[in-house]
Design a protein. Structure first.
Ligand code: DX5
Ligand code: ZN
Length: 220
């Protein structure tokens, strides 16, 4: 059974050929579109905003997984729902009232995700784990594609999986940053359900085959 999911990160696509790259994802074994929104405040980089997401949503035929690396995300929850986001992930570090934010995301009909930076301990999510549909474990410091995977991630994923099981929650674990065919198997073994991959997919000569390769590794 193919239960582990692959989410190519559109941040690594060729923006001058965005439709071509979106169609590639549509035609591949990928499960989700991972969309990174950066505001230049929460992270030291600006990616793209609403008009680009709107254009992506027009062509994307799979689940749209939006990763917000922005301060005060509550301001935009409704807008992201209207634009077609299926999953909306906010950063733990950007949300002083995380429980409220999660409820607001769900009230707009989206799945609610929480991303945690490499320095954030997964135990901090214990009290809200049943309210979280997806935890995005950052395996690089957010802000840029193409960075090296942080090895400590495996331990975090294992601990997070324990918390999910202990609380009888059905939260998915997503890994974001530096994912390749070299670390995918160990990540899944540690408890990962969704692998985000940007440069590994888009730098490959054969992107469709690279996605298929990751999917096979994750589900073998
Ligand atoms: C980083 C983003 C990631 C990034 C992953 O801040 O959240 O989604 O696009 O890119 P790679 O796979 O190249 O590390
Ligand atoms: Zn991301």
């Amino acid at each position: 059974m193919n239960s582990k999911l692959i989410a190519p990160s559109v941040l690594a696509a060729d923006f001058a050929n965005l439709q071509r790259d979106l169609e590639m994802i549509n035609n591949s074994e990928a499960d989700w579109f991972h969309i990174d929104i950066m505001d230049g405040v929460f992270v030291p980089n600006i990616s793209f905003g609403m008009p680009v997401l709107k254009a992506i949503a027009k062509h994307a035929k799979k689940t749209i997984d939006v990763h917000l690396m922005i301060v005060d995300p509550d301001r935009y929850i409704k807008e992201f729902a209207d634009l077609g986001a299926n999953i909306l992930t906010v950063h733990y570090e950007a949300c002083p009232h995380l429980h409220r934010t999660l409820q607001a995301i769900k009230a707009e009909g989206m799945k609610a995700g929480v991303a945690i930076n490499p320095h954030t301990n997964v135990d901090l999510l214990k009290d809200v784990i049943k309210d979280i549909d997806l935890v995005c474990v950052m395996s690089v410091n957010p802000g840029f594609g193409g960075q090296s995977f942080i090895e400590h991630t495996y331990n975090k994923v294992q601990r997070l999986k324990e918390i999910i099981i202990a609380n009888n929650a059905d939260t998915l674990i997503e890994i974001d940053g530096g994912v390749t065919d070299k670390n995918a198997a160990r990540l899944v073994e540690a408890g990962a359900d969704v692998l985000v991959a940007g440069s590994h997919v888009f730098k490959a000569k054969n992107q469709i085959e690279t996605i298929k390769g990751l999917k096979n590794i994750a589900n073998s």
